[in-house]
Design a protein around this ligand. Structure first.
Ligand code: ADP
Ligand code: MG
Length: 415
């Protein structure tokens, strides 16, 4: 049986009106005759009654005191409610449907409560429901250990549920429905000119996602890539095709693909830069610094090592602990808080001259200082102050002509 997986995020199932749009996509997919598995997130955002953050608020009053196991029990309810509500709507519309928890759907995880990893998927229950002609609605973001304990997969976990089910069912497509038109060239909440990309490679989106673009979870992309299952990221509230995510070689054959150096931008804020430099630095300064960070579970990023010392970044929340450790070693670090790490990403920048020059020029023209930088063959990272982050992203977006992405495509179609 050919199967499609559709995943609907929190805002897509938040109210009756949104669920009508969900219904529209389900009805359209049913017409193709494929088996249909629908993965849902909890309904809505903080403040709405069954949203994940609202459930968490129930224990906040008690100082969050609840063991991780029970916390997962609580959190798993949001998706179960959502799956049941959608199943009710489908039944009322005469579409046979069944709701399953993650565990009932065959998702087996390890027992890391709160951020469990999927070990295995046994799709036999789903397959028998599909064979009887039902739409299978699965509660996202959750699984079950071999001992039957309920677990959750961490933030963005429903994306992972969807691609893991897609891989187990050898799905023809995993459609990730959300509140934007696809994967955009930058976060549309910050860059007004951000444009949907018609097609990107697994590597590019995985790179964007792990550098802060929260449109899809990086683990979900990794699972789809390993299994070779195509993903489409698209809007619940329109009929647009969204963004196709596939292999780099296949990307080049897709309509709408443009050969460009830079595909998109991503960002993290809440970053602190630490610098330890000395005129006569001891030969093992770097070793002592990074050993102390590692021993205390502080992850370090944007590392620049020089004979005189080191510059690196940590998460804002790790700042005081990192500074304490450095002082313990006898170093007085320079601490720069409220920084943002910007990522300029593109499979096409490998070996392409002038990319860094363009970045520096774009930022210098707006009097934005680059506090630090690093690069790989597909990404250039720059650290700027958080106050200048939005301006910097706009500048880089314009410099690489990313706002032209869609208009070029439209011209192609006109011709
Ligand atoms: P869902 O609840 O459907 O999973 P998310 O909030 O997790 O939705 O992801 C969608 C959001 O991701 C968008 O509303 C957008 O603000 C944000 N986002 C960040 N970067 C990007 C990007 N490059 N492309 C599209 N959306 C992005
Ligand atoms: Mg999400």
């Amino acid at each position: 049986m050919i199967v499609t997986v559709q995943k609907f995020g929190g805002t897509s199932v938040s109210d009756e009106q949104a669920r009508r749009h969900v219904l529209r996509h389900i009805v359209r997919e049913r017409k193709t005759g494929r088996g249909l598995v629908v993965v849902v997130s909890a309904m809505g955002r903080r403040g709405e009654p069954y949203a994940t953050d609202t459930l968490l608020d129930l224990i906040r009053q008690n100082g969050n005191s609840l063991p991780a196991r029970e916390k997962d029990l609580l959190l798993s309810c949001g998706e179960i409610i959502s799956a049941s509500a959608l199943t009710s709507l489908l039944n009322a519309e005469g579409i046979p449907a069944v709701a399953l928890t993650g565990g009932q759907a065959g998702i087996v995880t390890d027992s890391r409560f709160g951020s469990a990893h999927i070990l295995d998927v046994n799709p036999s229950a789903i397959l028998s429901h599909l064979e009887s002609g039902k739409v299978v609605v699965v509660a996202g973001f959750q699984g079950r250990t071999e001992d039957g304990e309920i677990t959750t997969l961490g933030r963005g976990g429903s994306d992972t549920s969807a691609t893991a089910l897609g891989a187990a069912l050898r799905a023809a497509m995993v459609d990730i429905f959300t509140d934007v038109d696809g994967i955009l060239t930058a976060d549309p909440r910050i860059v007004r000119d951000a444009r949907p990309l018609p097609v990107v490679s697994y590597e590019e989106i995985s790179n964007m996602a792990s550098n802060g673009a929260k449109v899809i979870h990086p683990r979900a992309v990794e699972i789809a890539m390993k299994a070779g299952i195509p993903i489409r990221v698209r809007s619940t509230f329109s009929d647009g095709e969204g963004t196709l995510v596939t292999y780099a070689e296949a990307v080049r054959r897709q309509p709408g693909w443009i050969d460009r150096t830079v595909t998109g931008l991503a960002h993290f804020h809440g970053v602190t830069q630490l610098s330890v430099t000395l005129d006569n630095a001891p030969y093992d300064l770097q070793l002592r610094v990074f050993r102390a960070m590692a021993a205390n579970g502080i992850s370090v990023d944007l590392i620049n090592v020089m004979p005189s010392g080191v510059h690196y970044t940590v998460k804002e929340t790790d700042t005081s602990e990192a500074v304490r450790l450095l002082r313990e070693l006898g170093f007085e670090p320079r601490v720069r808080q409220n920084c943002a790490k910007l990522s300029v990403i593109g499979g096409g920048m490998n070996g392409e001259p002038g990319v860094m020059a363009k970045i520096v020029e774009a930022l210098t023209n707006r009097q934005i200082s680059i506090l630090q930088s690093a690069d790989s063959n597909t990404t250039i990272w720059v650290l700027v102050s958080e106050a200048e982050m939005a301006d910097a992203l706009e500048a880089l977006h314009a410099a690489f002509g990313l706002h032209l992405t869609t208009s070029l495509l439209e011209e192609d179609i006109d011709r």
